[in-house]
Unconditional design. Structure first.
Length: 153
C-alpha cells in the first residue's frame, strides 16, 4: 500500500473541515485561512492534518478531552505567550517545520468522531443491583492504529 492510498483512505473515512489552517510565524500559532473558525465537532475523535493540497500527512492526533476537536484546535489557533512557546516542544517543532519545509503551506483538517461506546461493567459490587453502564472511549486506540499504518508507509 503506498502513502497516497493511505491518504485517500483517511480522506474517505474522515470528515473534512470546511477551512484550512495557515501558520502565523510572528505569533507562533495557526489561524483559519480566509475564514472564521468553522463549526467543529465537540465529541472525542481523531484528527489528521494534511499539507500539499491534501496529499501529505503531517499529523495524526487525538482529541479526547471535553470539547473534542473544537477544544483541541483552540490549542493550535489560540494566542500564545513567549513563555509558553519557549517551554512547549510541540510549539517549537511546528514553528521549525512551518517556517522550513512547509513554509507557505496550508493544512487541511480531517476528523473522525469516536463517540464513546456504552458497555455493562464487567462485575457488580452489590447483589440485586444492575450493572453500572460504562463509557468506553476509543479515540486513543484509533489514533494509535492510524499512526501505525501511516508510519508503516
Amino acid at each position: 500500500m503506498d502513502a497516497l492510498s493511505v491518504v485517500e483512505k483517511i480522506k474517505g473515512a474522515f470528515t473534512p473541515c470546511s477551512a484550512e489552517l495557515q501558520y502565523l510565524s510572528e505569533e507562533s500559532r495557526f489561524r483559519w485561512h480566509d475564514s472564521d473558525a468553522p463549526s467543529l465537532p465537540r465529541e472525542p475523535g481523531v484528527y489528521c492534518l494534511l499539507s500539499h493540497e491534501g496529499t501529505r500527512i503531517q499529523k495524526i492526533g487525538k482529541a479526547e478531552a471535553k470539547g473534542g476537536l473544537y477544544s483541541r484546535l483552540l490549542g493550535y489557533t489560540g494566542a500564545k505567550t513567549a513563555a509558553k512557546i519557549a517551554s512547549d516542544k510541540t510549539d517549537q517543532r511546528w514553528k521549525r517545520v512551518m517556517e522550513g519545509v512547509l513554509n507557505g503551506e496550508s493544512l487541511s483538517v480531517y476528523y473522525y468522531a469516536t463517540v464513546p461506546q456504552i458497555i455493562d461493567a464487567p462485575f457488580k459490587f452489590e447483589d440485586g443491583t444492575e450493572r453500572e453502564q460504562l463509557e468506553c472511549h476509543w479515540a486513543r486506540s484509533l489514533e494509535k492504529y492510524v499512526s501505525k499504518v501511516v508510519r508503516g508507509e
